[in-house]
Design a protein. Structure first.
Ligand SMILES: Cc1cc2nc3c(=O)[nH]c(=O)nc-3n(C[C@H](O)[C@H](O)[C@H](O)COP(=O)(O)OP(=O)(O)OC[C@H]3O[C@@H](n4cnc5c(N)ncnc54)[C@H](O)[C@@H]3O)c2cc1C
Ligand SMILES: Nc1ncnc2c1ncn2[C@@H]1O[C@H](COP(=O)(O)O)[C@@H](O)[C@H]1O
Lengths: 246, 317
């Protein structure tokens, strides 16, 4: 099986969020970067498990500049075979999807795996765009993935509903919790990753369709009103009369 | 602007998110709705109350489940038939699988998960898991907007929409996959992302046997229940209740957190709630910093008192 995993770089979940250049750019000052959790824990690890049991290759694709090399190497250390970095600092999801689809078109992957969403942009749309550009079925929000001959059996978790589907390969999916368990790279993997190939491609699409004009931070909470544990009824009256939410 | 809104049906009824999307689109300009699959008698006419004059309906029962390809075909054909500039879809699981496809096929800009109407040529969405906002440049060309659930309050007015059949041929190749089974995990309750009020429990509840205090309060308030990640991981509660960075993101008007410490990864899933109440026995729990109202105390003693007070208030009307 030939698998493609789309990895994005994200600020560590505990990062302080601040902006520079008149609030047009995320401040990377002091920020630790990680592989976007959905991409790593679920999409990548499940792809590696399938390769280990069924054979095949796992290729990483990332749209980003040279400083993304660090997260690409980590994915290779976890067991991916090779990687492609498309050299562009993406300005929107369309740029990401169009460049990945442009690369994948001639490669004949059986499954293209993305994460459910990035934890910095929170779009959840790159996978669906790739599916349309490649004219493949799209299975979003997959929480379980098994291979069944030339088809995949996938569970999808949605608003209070679990759907089990059978989809023919090739296809695109977005992965969420449930699909696999996080792994930690071992020494052998880290050593091997240093010599695995990372191809750098020029971006074929640079059009921006929905770029960010400016960032803003939410208003600070004005402080928490404390209520005595003996007077729970007061909470209810505040929620009713003051906050007007019940 | 001429708009098309996708009004999602579930078991023959319009979803709450369909009302939100319809009212939002009607504010943007003249709006026609498209509905797909089985609709109960008289259901689609109700969209008139949200400013929709006409509903196009594809009453094809094989489309009762969502398929990204087939839905994309229907929605883009409907948009072309009315010469729309903008398509509005809810940013729920259906929207996430359909909207990106529609945007590509229609060659439009996609604005995912917006929180409100455009202002001065930009439209706002939450980014960095609720820790910031981005104002996206709202294009003059074709647009697809997906609206975050619980972000836009639909106000029902008067009027009934007219419903027209929309003819479109659906082929075998328009189905992404075959559906083997569907399991209803919410058990007929309001799905968590659509709930206005959510009562959530963490490890401070000590064990699944104590969840009746959470459920009693939720029932008294007509709320949905949620939990922190460790609670789902240990199996005290089902996984689909897990909110936060790795679980689901919710935006209720009221979030009541009981015995949850308020770790940053938990807050990422709930920090867009309008009002947050925290009940924790530790006055230093970080969650109080993100809360509007707080009670320091033992959950098993405090929560039943709140439940009683809610019942009393409801009984007195
Ligand atoms: C990458 C990553 C992703 C994560 N994603 C998520 C996520 O999506 N969602 C999530 O929730 N967590 C997530 N976590 C875990 C998160 O960091 C916390 O560990 C978790 O939220 C803690 O859960 P808790 O508050 O229930 O438990 P604890 O942190 O153990 O807190 C229990 C709280 O209950 C209070 N308490 C104890 N007894 C009582 C009592 N009798 N009455 C009242 N209060 C009491 C305690 O004072 C304490 O504040 C993630 C972590 C990582 C590293
Ligand atoms: N720059 C990128 N490079 C490669 N894959 C990406 C990139 N950005 C997003 N993706 C993939 O698309 C998924 C959804 O991203 P988004 O639509 O931005 O929320 C992510 O989980 C990744 O799998």
């Amino acid at each position: 099986m030939k698998l493609l995993v789309c990895l994005s770089k994200a600020p560590d979940t505990t990062s302080k969020i601040a902006f520079i250049d008149n609030n047009t750019k995320f401040s990377e000052n002091g920020v630790q970067f990680i592989i976007n959790p959905y991409d790593e824990w679920y999409a990548l690890v499940r792809a590696l498990e399938l390769k280990e049991t069924l054979g095949g290759t796992v290729t990483i694709v990332n749209v980003g500049k040279a400083d993304n090399e660090q997260i690409i190497r980590k994915a290779l250390a976890l067991g991916a075979d090779d990687a492609v970095r498309i050299d562009l600092d993406p300005a929107d999801a369309y740029q990401v999807a169009a460049n990945i689809a442009g690369y994948a078109k001639s490669e004949q992957f059986d499954i293209v795996l993305t994460g459910k969403e990035t934890i910095d942009y929170n779009g959840g749309i790159v996978g669906g765009m790739i599916a349309e550009l490649l004219d493949m079925p799209y299975v979003s929000l997959a929480s379980k993935l098994d291979v069944d001959g030339s088809s995949l059996k996938i569970e999808r978790e949605m608003e209070g509903v679990k759907e089990t589907v059978s989809v023919k390969m090739p296809c695109v999916l977005s992965a969420q919790k449930g699909m696999a368990e996080a792994r930690i790279p071992n020494m052998r993997g880290i050593l091997a990753s240093k010599t695995k190939p990372v191809a750098v491609l020029t971006a074929s699409v640079t059009e921006v369709k929905a770029g960010v004009s400016v960032f803003a931070l939410p208003a600070e909470k004005t402080g928490c009103k404390m209520i005595s544990a003996d007077d729970a009824a007061q909470l209810v009256s505040l929620l009713h009369n003051e906050a007007k939410v019940i | 602007m001429t708009n098309l809104v996708f009004a999602e049906l579930s078991n023959g009824k319009l979803r709450k998110t369909a009302h939100e999307a319809a009212a939002f689109a009607a504010q943007l300009g003249n709006t026609t709705a498209i509905a797909i699959g089985r609709a109960d008698e008289g259901e689609l006419q109700k969209l008139g109350a949200y400013g929709i004059a006409k509903v196009l309906h594809v009453a094809n029962e094989s489309l009762n489940n969502v398929f990204s390809k087939a839905y994309t075909k229907v929605i883009t054909a409907a948009a072309q038939s009315i010469n729309a500039d903008c398509i509005v879809i809810s940013h729920n699981s259906t929207g996430k699988s359909v909207a990106p496809r529609v945007a590509i096929r229609w060659n439009a800009s996609l604005y995912p998960g917006v929180n409100g109407l455009p202002v001065n040529g930009t439209i706002r969405k939450a980014v960095f898991s609720g820790k910031a906002f981005a104002d996206l440049t709202f294009s003059d060309g074709l647009k697809v907007v997906t609206l975050n659930p619980n972000s836009y309050k639909p106000v029902a007015g008067e009027g009934a929409a007219t419903v027209e059949n929309f003819e479109i041929a659906i082929a075998e190749s328009d189905f992404d996959y075959t559906v083997l089974s569907i399991e209803d995990e919410a058990g007929g309750h309001v799905p968590l992302p659509e709930a206005e009020i959510v009562v959530s429990g963490g490890r401070g509840l000590k064990g699944p046997e104590n969840w009746n205090v959470i459920e009693d309060l939720a029932n008294a308030l007509g709320a949905a229940t949620a939990c922190s990640r460790p609670v789902a991981d240990i199996g005290w509660r089902p996984h689909h209740e897990h909110v936060g960075q790795t679980g689901i993101t919710i935006k209720p008007t009221l979030y009541i957190a009981v015995g949850i410490s308020g770790a940053i990864q938990h807050l990422a899933g709930v920090n867009q709630s309008k009002v947050i109440v925290v009940i924790n026995k530790d006055p230093e729990a970080p969650f109080f910093k993100a809360a509007d109202y707080g009670i320091v105390g033992d959950a098993l003693e405090v929560v039943p008192k709140i439940t009683e007070a809610v019942k009393k208030m409801r009984a007195e009307g």
